[in-house]
Design a protein around this ligand. Structure first.
Ligand SMILES: CC(C)(COP(=O)(O)OP(=O)(O)OC[C@H]1O[C@@H](n2cnc3c(N)ncnc32)[C@H](O)[C@@H]1OP(=O)(O)O)[C@@H](O)C(=O)NCCC(=O)NCCS
Length: 183
């Protein structure tokens, strides 16, 4: 497997990435994956791809949202036949390293729970918000555990972001200055 910078010159892989995006998040990108790929690869943002035997097996992007200090990690997708082989980890670490070089202190992301995969779903998160976050449980392979293993912490939620009982879960990690503890 190779981890490489992903940019607009990688035509072959852009199509594969759009397909992977649409398959992984049909609810969001079934008809807009090509446009989303154009945005992910815009100047000033960062993207990396994982390839094997000249096929794309995953990719990840990040964009500056607070000057150069706070970057949002979005999206991150690995092809299902390559789950749990370290591809996601390598993509996130590559992004973090490149973002630090551009002045990033905090990397953050939102990871939706639209399908009842954590204990934060189907509950009123305006009540006992922080207690519920503190005692979160992974019910069905939700990716927040993946991010926790990389040092990301849950720093908040947007209750009902995707409909009643379907929150977005915000996670962040200090990667610049005193950060970098996972490398
Ligand atoms: C989430 C995702 C990127 C993880 O990629 P991956 O390449 O399978 O992850 P890795 O192999 O690097 O896993 C690193 C660790 O996280 C764990 N992990 C990975 N996915 C997990 C999940 N869904 N639930 C719980 N733990 C998970 C792995 O078991 C591994 O743990 P270990 O170090 O103790 O062995 C991948 O499952 C994916 O693309 N899912 C679909 C799209 C998605 O949900 N993207 C994130 C949106 S916010």
């Amino acid at each position: 497997m190779e981890i490489l910078r992903f940019d607009r010159s990688n035509n072959k892989y852009i199509n594969e990435a759009a397909q992977l995006l649409a398959e992984s998040f049909p609810q969001a990108y079934w008809d807009s994956a090509d446009e989303e790929m154009q945005q992910i690869l815009e100047d000033g943002k960062l993207a990396f791809m994982a390839t094997e035997n000249e096929s794309l097996i995953g990719f990840a992007g990040a964009m500056p949202q607070y000057g150069t200090t706070g970057w949002e990690l979005h999206p991150l997708v690995v092809r299902a036949d390559h789950f749990r082989l370290g591809v996601g980890t390598r993509l996130v670490l590559a992004l973090e390293e490149a973002a630090v070089d551009k002045g990033c202190i905090t990397m953050y992301l939102g990871t939706d729970d639209e399908f009842g995969k954590t204990s934060l779903s189907d509950t009123d998160l305006f009540e006992d918000t922080f207690m519920k976050i503190e005692s979160i449980r992974n019910l069905q392979g939700h990716p927040f555990t993946f991010y926790q293993k990389l040092g990301y912490k849950i720093v908040g939620v947007i209750p009902d972001a995707n409909g009643i009982g379907k929150p977005d879960i915000f996670m962040a990690k200090r990667i610049g200055q005193r950060g970098n503890s996972h490398r």
